[in-house]
Design a protein around this ligand. Structure first.
Ligand SMILES: NC(=O)c1ccc[n+]([C@@H]2O[C@H](COP(=O)([O-])OP(=O)(O)OC[C@H]3O[C@@H](n4cnc5c(N)ncnc54)[C@H](O)[C@@H]3O)[C@@H](O)[C@H]2O)c1
Length: 258
C-alpha cells in the first residue's frame, strides 16, 4: 500500500526528543527518508534514539549533529542531505530551547540564547531550505515544503517565559512571510502551534504551576501527545496539503478556542 510520504526526503531539527522525535518516526513510517538534526542523539525523555526506532522498524534515517543557531552547520546539513539523497522535499524547523524567565529575570545572555536557537535557528533553516528548493523541479506541484513549530504561546501570553513567547510569535510571522513571498515559486510553508504536549525530562515537564495553568486552559480531557503533533506534520508534509500555505495549524485540545 502506498504511504503519503513515499519518496520524500525530510529533515527534522530537534528530532532526538519529544515532538521532533515523533515527527521523524512518523515521517519514516509514512515512507520518507529522514535526516535527524540535533545537538545530541540522546532523547531528553530517555529511551531509544530516534535513529534506533526508525531503523528497527525498517525505515531509513541518518543523524547529522547540528546546532541550528549556526548558519554554517545548517548549510552543511542541507548540502550533505542533498548530496546523499538528491533533493530536500520537507524541512521541519522544530528545535527550540527555553529560559523559564519573565522580563525582569531574563538576562541578556538568556534572551540572546533563546532567540538564537528558536528564531535565528528557524531563519537559518528556512533560508537554506528555500535556497535549495528553488533549484529543484516541482514534484506534484510543489518544489518543497517548510513546517515551522510555533506554539499557542506565540499567540497568547506565555507566563514565565518572555523570550520563548517572543520567539514563537516570530515563528508564526516568518511562516506567513515565506508563504506569501515564495508561493509563486511553488514553495509551501506552514506553522504548527501545539498546546500543552507532554514531552521533556520528568522534572521540567512536571512543574506544578505550569501544569495547573495548562490543565485549566485545555478543554480536551488530557494533555497532548507528541503523536498528535506528528499527525498534523504528516498531513502538511504530504501532497494533500498543497493549497494550504501560510497557515498556523493549532494542535492544542481547544486551548485557543477558550
Ligand atoms: N511540548 C510542548 O508542550 C510544546 C508546546 C508548544 C510548542 N512546542 C514546540 O515544539 C517543539 C518541540 O518541543 P519539545 O517539547 O519536543 O522540545 P524538547 O525540549 O523535548 O526537545 C527539543 C530538541 O531540540 C534539540 N535542540 C535544542 N537546541 C538545539 C539546537 N541549538 N540545535 C539543534 N537541536 C537543538 C534538543 O536537543 C532536543 O532534542 C519546539 O519548537 C517547541 O517550542 C512544544
Amino acid at each position: 500500500m502506498p504511504h503519503p510520504l513515499d519518496g520524500k526526503v525530510a529533515i527534522v531539527t530537534g528530532a532526538s526528543s519529544g515532538i521532533g522525535r515523533a515527527i521523524a518516526t512518523s515521517f519514516a513510517a509514512e515512507g520518507a527518508t529522514v535526516v535527524i538534526a540535533d545537538l545530541t542523539t540522546e532523547p531528553v525523555e530517555g529511551g531509544e534514539s530516534t535513529m534506533g526506532i526508525i531503523t528497527r522498524a525498517g525505515g531509513t534515517a541518518s543523524f547529522v549533529k547540528t546546532d541550528v543557531g549556526r548558519w554554517e552547520e545548517i548549510d552543511a546539513l542541507i548540502t550533505q542531505t542533498v548530496e546523499r539523497h538528491g533533493r530536500l522535499d520537507v524541512m521541519v524547523n522544530n528545535a527550540a530551547t527555553y529560559s523559564g524567565t519573565g522580563l525582569l529575570e531574563t538576562s541578556g545572555a538568556q534572551w540572546d540564547e533563546v532567540l538564537r536557537v528558536n528564531l535565528t535557528g528557524m531563519f537559518n533553516g528556512c533560508k537554506r531550505a528555500v535556497q535549495q528548493m528553488l533549484t529543484q523541479e516541482p514534484r506534484n506541484e510543489a518544489r518543497g515544503r517548510l513546517i515551522n513549530l510555533g506554539s499557542q504561546q506565540g499567540i497568547v501570553t506565555c507566563p514565565g517565559d518572555t523570550p520563548y513567547g517572543v520567539s514563537k510569535a516570530g515563528a508564526i510571522y516568518i511562516t506567513r512571510q515565506i508563504a506569501v513571498d515564495y508561493a509563486k515559486d511553488l514553495i509551501v510553508c506552514n506553522c504548527i502551534s501545539p498546546g500543552k504536549i507532554v514531552t521533556g525530562a520528568a522534572g521540567l515537564a512536571q512543574d506544578p504551576a505550569r501544569l495547573e495553568n495548562a490543565r485549566r486552559r485545555t478543554p480536551w480531557p488530557r494533555f497532548g501527545r507528541p503523536e498528535d503533533v506528528a499527525n498534523a506534520a504528516v498531513f502538511l508534509a504530504s501532497d494533500r496539503a498543497t493549497f494550504i500555505t501560510g497557515s498556523n495549524l493549532v494542535v492544542d485540545g481547544g486551548w485557543l478556542a477558550g
